[in-house]
Write a protein that binds this ligand. Structure first.
Ligand code: ARG
Length: 459
């Protein structure tokens, strides 16, 4: 049998394979609530503009609410033959209210309808990402505040570089996640235009009021070009790109937690709540949540590249290719929200291992730069010469199997006769971090000021 929605020009129904490749209901049923909200706004507008009667609009409204409650209670029967959520809802509406259901689609097409539904769905995900990031930042701020004075090694090339504080390290992630949050905010503001009323591609001759439907659905304004409105998926691409960058940050942090929780580092204890054991090795405690967060970026990046590839080369306006947009965003959004929640839980629970961090901070000649700076400041030595003298002292310490503060003054004076007792003051990690008071530096006072600034910002 031919299709109820467009069967007029068709003598036969679709091949089974056609139906299988064409249908999107298996995934786009996630937009049911958005579809019904869009239809309610459209019907109310049609009545206000006298395109349908108030009575029909009221019947449609009540019918849509019934459909929604069937969907929410799980009694709704989805049909693959009806292809997508839009036609499933409309067909059920027709069963419930009869003839007025056929008037709902006046001045509208599935092309503007799907763009509207998908935008509403994605907009919620922008909001979820923003609040998920805010929660993560709050958890990091607590860690930073607790550990503002706690010294740890700072690394470059994963080799010990200079001492930093735990708080400073946590605050580096606060900055990264704050940029992520602002990317989601920017994109959300840009995407908030209503496609509804663009109809198939050219607009409509009915006297619709697009401002009214835009306002009813929480959009800032109707989109200004009907061709663009039905063919634009920038909002999905921007969500996916902001999600990819955010997931990249989460992945880098997760990698640090995996390293830090190892027996070789012992920098941090991840709570039992976010760890798993091994079925064969009784001693094992594995950082699975961190590893999975590290991995989620793979699917999220994949979704971004997938949708970019679908969209490239598509002529205006709607093409069915665009039906392949939703699963990418659904999967990326699910992955991102889960990763954000897991990271927030893990950060809230984790315990820095202070003795181990402080001890590690003092290894690897981490205060060598402080020594070179001291030679410049106290002896007036050019920095390049100071670098050379310090290098010789590091080599001496390494040969003797000690760290820099353990060299004697006499040993130091073989590299530079003018070095005096005071040099030892700058060689401790506490002195080193306390001296880094330049704006943005690791000094505990700076970290406290940044924690305060961000706490005020988050309120
Ligand atoms: N299921 C379709 C999608 O996701 C809805 C729009 C169909 N429009 C059309 N002209 N066939 O894109």
């Amino acid at each position: 049998t031919s299709n109820a929605m467009w069967g007029g020009r068709f003598a036969a129904g679709p091949d089974a394979i056609m139906e299988a490749i064409n249908a999107s209901i298996s995934f786009d049923k996630r937009m049911a609530a958005q579809d019904i909200a869009g239809s309610r706004a459209h019907a109310a507008m049609l009545a206000k503009q006298d395109i349908i009667t108030d009575k029909d609009a009221e019947t449609i409204r009540e019918g849509l609410l019934t459909v929604l409650s069937e969907i929410e209670s799980g009694t709704f029967e989805y049909s693959t033959a009806l292809e997508d959520i839009h036609m499933n809802v409309e067909a059920r509406l027709k069963e419930i209210i009869g003839e007025p259901a056929g008037r709902l689609h006046t001045g509208r097409s599935r092309n503007d309808q799907v763009a509207t539904d998908f935008k509403l769905w994605t907009r919620d995900q922008f909001d979820a990402a923003i609040s998920g990031l805010t929660a993560l930042m709050a958890a990091l701020l607590e860690q930073a505040e607790q550990g503002a004075d706690l010294c740890m090694p700072g690394f470059t090339h994963l080799q010990v570089a200079q001492p930093v504080t735990w708080g400073h390290h946590m605050m580096a992630y606060v900055e990264m996640f704050a940029r992520d949050r602002s990317r989601f905010n920017d994109a959300r503001a840009r995407m908030n235009e209503s496609p509804l009323g663009a109809a198939a591609l050219a607009g409509t001759g009915f006297p619709i009021d697009r401002d009214m439907t835009a306002a009813a659905l929480g959009f800032d304004r109707p989109s200004a070009n009907s061709l663009d409105a039905v063919s634009d998926r920038d909002f999905a691409l921007e969500f996916l790109s902001a999600a990819s960058i955010c997931a990249t940050h989460l992945s880098r942090f997760a990698e640090e937690l995996v390293i830090w929780s190892s027996a070789q580092f012992k920098f941090v204890t991840i709570s039992d709540r976010f760890s798993t054991g091994s079925s064969i090795m009784p001693q094992k405690k594995n950082p699975d949540a961190a590893e999975l967060i590290r991995a989620k970026v793979g699917r999220i990046n994949g979704s971004l590249v997938g949708l970019l590839t679908v969209m490239k080369g598509l002529p205006l306006a709607y093409s069915k290719d665009m039906q392949e947009d939703k699963e990418q965003v659904f999967d990326a959004a699910d992955s991102l929200m889960l990763a954000l929640a897991a990271m927030t839980g893990m950060v809230g629970d984790m315990k820095p291992n202070a003795p181990q961090l402080e001890a590690a901070a003092a290894t690897g000649f981490s205060t060598a730069t402080d020594l070179a700076d001291w030679l410049v400041r106290e002896l007036g030595m050019p920095f390049r010469d100071a670098h050379h003298v310090t290098g010789a002292l590091v080599a001496m310490a390494e040969t003797n199997g000690v760290d820099l503060p353990e060299l004697t003054l006499e040993q130091m004076q073989t590299a530079c006769a003018d070095i005096n007792e005071n040099v030892f003051e700058v060689l401790t990690v506490q002195k080193s971090v306390a001296s880094r008071i330049s704006y943005g530096g690791t000094a505990p006072a700076n970290v406290r000021a940044q924690v305060k600034r961000w706490k005020a910002e988050l309120e």
